[in-house]
Design a binder for this molecule. Structure first.
Ligand SMILES: Cc1ncc(COP(=O)(O)O)c(C=O)c1O
Ligand SMILES: [Zn+2]
Length: 425
């Protein structure tokens, strides 16, 4: 008996057969995957999951693919890191960092792409594509390489160079577009239809989005099959934020964890915060941001597809959606690295920045057990940490001749005395 029963409109509830569809024919609402609960329950248990290999396919019953794919990357089972020093700094007793910066292409996007790719292969597509804010491009390029598919990745021309180079290294064809993510997203709709390509986050979006639930499953399993009091997640389209809640709800429904109220705190950069702004204003829908201006490029989606669902979730769970200034984001990136040894990208800095704001608002209280999702790697966004001190070290990409010391013990001792003297003064 197949576990996936079809697709359902999230607005009007209309049913649509399983296929590469993403929008309701009746009301143009977004679609989501539906499952047969009985077929899932037949094989799903804590014991079954624990007996399987690491990675997202431990939770196969809850994902919209028929079989574990034959050719794929090892995605998921990333560390849940107890962050006592950072907790102290933020005035919390218990803080966990879900470190998704160590996935194969260094972001959580490997999860959603693994699911979309498996489904694309089951549908018979030979070309993967995406509209990306940066991380998705690398994830799609690598997954296509592993599965033996062609890849076209569409990116705004101003994204971080490390992300562009990474996608190219996997052999993807790069399509740099003079426009915002939202413009590229609209362009992708036409291309997907005309060329018959699997755009993971466009025509395969219902399947793609399900991949984010694996973050919820892993967090609960790593906490010893429990849910936390607060879950903090970054928001670009709002897919991750809403799917993590769906993931927790499924664990309760299938008896894998005890019911527990979780407040969901979302993080957006102040320079592109349509969802946080709407939440703050008490509105139920975001007003699109035309020109994002932020160092957090991975979250720069001005017209978020799941914005209204994210706002509803923040209110209904007693959470919040915070708008984090760029300066707080880069300061948080430094704190996480210096206090916990975890180097996360701008989205991670923004997420931890949101914890401080939600603390001030009273949505997060000192005794709460808090889990923060760090979804990308700091090596991808080194530009975000540019400052006068580190910039003064460099001449182009090389350390300036003037600040190097000769490779002798005496030279080191002179340098050390000078430096210690300077910091003592
Ligand atoms: C590092 C990182 N974190 C979080 C997100 C948020 O994704 P979503 O569109 O699901 O809200 C993105 C999306 O591009 C991302 O690159
Ligand atoms: Zn509909």
């Amino acid at each position: 008996m197949p576990r996936v029963t079809g697709l359902r409109c999230r607005n009007c509830g209309a049913s649509v057969p399983t296929g590469p569809s993403y929008v309701c024919g009746a009301c143009f609402g977004p679609l989501e995957v539906t499952y047969d609960d009985e077929a899932i329950s037949a094989t799903l248990s804590r014991r079954a999951i624990e007996s399987r290999p690491a990675g997202i396919w431990r939770y196969l019953e809850l994902l919209p693919v028929e079989h574990v794919p034959a050719r794929s990357l090892p995605v998921g089972s990333t560390p849940l890191h107890r962050a006592d020093r950072l907790a102290d700094d933020l005035g919390l007793d218990r803080l966990w960092l879900k470190n998704d910066s160590v996935n194969p292409t260094l972001s959580f996007k490997d999860r959603v792409v693994a699911v979309a790719t498996a489904r694309a292969v089951e549908f018979g597509f030979d070309t993967l594509a995406c509209a990306s804010t940066g991380n998705l491009a690398g994830a799609v390029a690598a997954a296509a390489a592993a599965a033996g598919l062609r890849a076209y990745v569409f990116v705004p021309a101003d994204i971080e160079s490390a992300k562009v180079r990474q996608a190219l290294a996997y052999g993807a064809t790069l399509v740099p577009v003079a426009g915002t993510y939202d413009q590229i997203n609209r362009l992708s709709l036409e291309i997907a239809d005309e060329h018959g390509w699997a755009f993971v986050n466009v025509n395969l979006r219902p399947y793609y989005a399900e991949g984010s639930k694996t973050l919820a499953y892993e967090v609960a399993e790593q906490l010893g099959w429990r849910l936390p009091d607060v879950l903090v997640a970054p928001i670009a389209s709002g897919s991750l934020y809403t799917k993590v809640a769906r993931g927790f709800a499924e664990l309760v429904r299938f008896g894998l964890v005890e019911p527990h109220d979780v407040r969901f705190v979302g993080a957006q950069p102040a320079g592109c915060a349509p969802v946080a702004d709407a939440f703050g204003a008490g509105a139920d829908r975001p007003v699109p941001v035309r020109e994002p201006r932020t160092i957090v490029k991975s979250l720069a989606i001005g017209d978020p597809a799941d914005g209204q669902f994210a706002i509803r979730q923040a209110w209904s769970t007693g959470g919040s959606i915070e708008s984090v200034p760029d300066a707080a984001t880069s300061a948080a990136m430094r704190r996480i690295a210096a206090l916990e040894g975890v180097f996360t990208e701008t989205a991670g800095g923004c997420t931890v920045g949101a914890i401080a704001l939600a603390r001030e608002r009273g949505v997060i209280r000192p005794g709460d057990e808090v889990v923060a999702l760090l979804t990308g790697n700091g090596m991808k966004t080194p530009e975000a940490l540019a400052d006068p001190v580190s910039d003064a070290l460099f001449d182009g990409d090389e350390i300036r001749a003037g600040v190097r010391i000769p490779a002798t013990y005496d030279a080191f001792e002179r340098w050390y005395e000078e430096r210690e003297g300077a910091s003592a003064a």
